[in-house]
Design a binder for this molecule. Sequence first.
Ligand code: FEO
Ligand code: CA
Ligand code: CA
Ligand code: CA
Length: 665
Amino acid sequence: SDQATMNPQSLGFEAVPGGIEDRVILPPGYKADVLFAKGDPLFSGLPSFKNDGTDIDYDSRSGDEHDGMHFFGMNSAGQFDPDVSDRGILVLNHENLEDNTLHETPTSKADAISNGNLLELKKIVDREMNGHGVSCVEIRKQNGKWSVVLDSPYNRRLTIFTEMDMRGPVAGEDFVKTKLTPTGANRYGTMNNCANGHTPWGTYLAAEENWYAYYTVGDIAGLSDKHRAWMERYGIRGNGWNYRQWNLIPGDQYERFRVETTGGSATTDFRNEPNLHGYITEVDPFRPTQKPRIRTTFGRLSHEGAWLAPVKEGKPVVFYSGDDARREYMYKFVSKHNWNEADRNGGLAAGDRYMDEGKLYVAVFNDDGTGVWKELSHDNIELSGTHTYTRNDNSWDYTFDTEAEVLASARLAADVVGATPMDRPEWATVNPQNGDVYLALTNGNTSNRPASSTDGANPRAINQNGHIIRWREAGGDHASTTFDWDIFLFGSDADASSDYNVSGLTADNEFSSPDGLFIDPRGVLWIQTDDGSSGIRSKTNNQMLVAIPGEYGDGESVTVTTADSDNQASIETFVGQPAEAVKLKRFLVGPNGCEITGISMTADARSMFINIQHPGEGGSKDSFNTNVSVWPAGSRDATAFGEGGNRPRSATIVIYREDGGEIAL
Ligand code: FEO
Ligand code: CA
Ligand code: CA
Ligand code: CA
């Protein structure tokens, strides 16, 4: 098959202008097809997708809000083979729901609640719980076109109802026993799966990001101070988070979303339900009868994803994972076990070996450009003794009595060891050419960080456009506990003053709120954006850019200030080369209201899969968002305008060159 070019030093496409159009815009010579849109069936014989809010069988169709994704090449024996570029299993997350377009009317759910219509409400709640989760879908390329293989034995949906096994130190602990899962050895569902990861042993990792927002908190008078501190630190509190209200339906599968101690004990109520979520879910696409396994060694966080460092025979397996919330931290997991090539294709059994024992670390970014990974384990004496969590004049004492408790309250442990709060850690990626790690810090505001409290790694007083930081582990060893960092790029409006537009962005590459990051196997960097109203959305829809990333340390030390603020602060930091030097340019602009997220590429670099998430978002709440977007409607050409009054749909698209050549070169 065709070989991809390793370590290219130039890009061969014409930059796409920024713009606001209800379609996907690509460079000349490129095409994109809609491959798998919300509601698309996994099996034949399903009723056709009506997209009018009445469809109920999302456990057999694509869910909503496509996010993180990975393509797993498959050989003719049905085994994982990353070198296969024309057949494989695409695995993707359905992060959340577009309420406006999912149900019959934007007020269907509120109406059912206020009318006390439980039968109707259950239909709505089941639709929502099945619209979440993960899709595994076999796809094939024939005559140059990719399509879904209906009825493939690999096709399946994981939803909020799917049973999964708890693994690692947290499994079976008293604090994860509930009325529905009284042994603490299992749980149901995976939710708010934002970004992802994949393993060298052929499995997929789905991260749980804003899982805490699904709980309603009732009477928790019976909760210990320690577990109350956990609830507060993770934002599970009050009725303010009465978000999806699944708990209104009778039955344990639904009532578990209301946290209460009124049953009297852990196995007669749902006081512990939130302790079962916030980890990493491992899925084996090639063994569809095996239940997913929850890897608790990664700690309980708002995990954006879990990104593998390239494996080396005889060296520990390492994953990076950011906690995506304002002023949260960057983590890594270092396996106790060294990589053994014999475990390629090992599936979940290999996952048990590499992911159930190891150490969790959290990052400290020093202002002098150095950094330290602090160990979060019961062995760390910094965690011994009693600590206190304070919020709004209330305080709760807590201790770390076991390894499982350190993992289940990883945020509190990270607080204690003095981790560096960041401007929202989103995706990370590791350069396969040189081991440099890149992390998107999507943006910041002053609601959780005073403008004056900048630091070298988060140097902007008001960071409305975000930045990308990178580091090199000491000795190039991903298990190392020290590193050196610099800032690769700053997002900005190209028209901002030069002391804010630090990377010298131009009309061809201005961007804001970096989120998805991917250095492909060739060493080409892809940046996807999730920009909002404080960014550059009045100039361009969300987008994807490409760069040749260079290396850690090839820039200089500069002073960064903040534009458009009365509250100016400045700090000296370490900044990589200007955007021009890393050849940054825009490759794609998405339809109206969407976010660009999820990215994977075939080994031959001829097919790229990305997700168009929530086109139409931002529409008025009494419409179906069609005033903002109808993309892609019934069209399978992603670059065409949608036609007709259909509701917009999240979708996976596949990008390719009309001449069959390598993408971006
Ligand atoms: Fe779901 Fe952090 O983006
Ligand atoms: Ca994201
Ligand atoms: Ca985001
Ligand atoms: Ca999103």
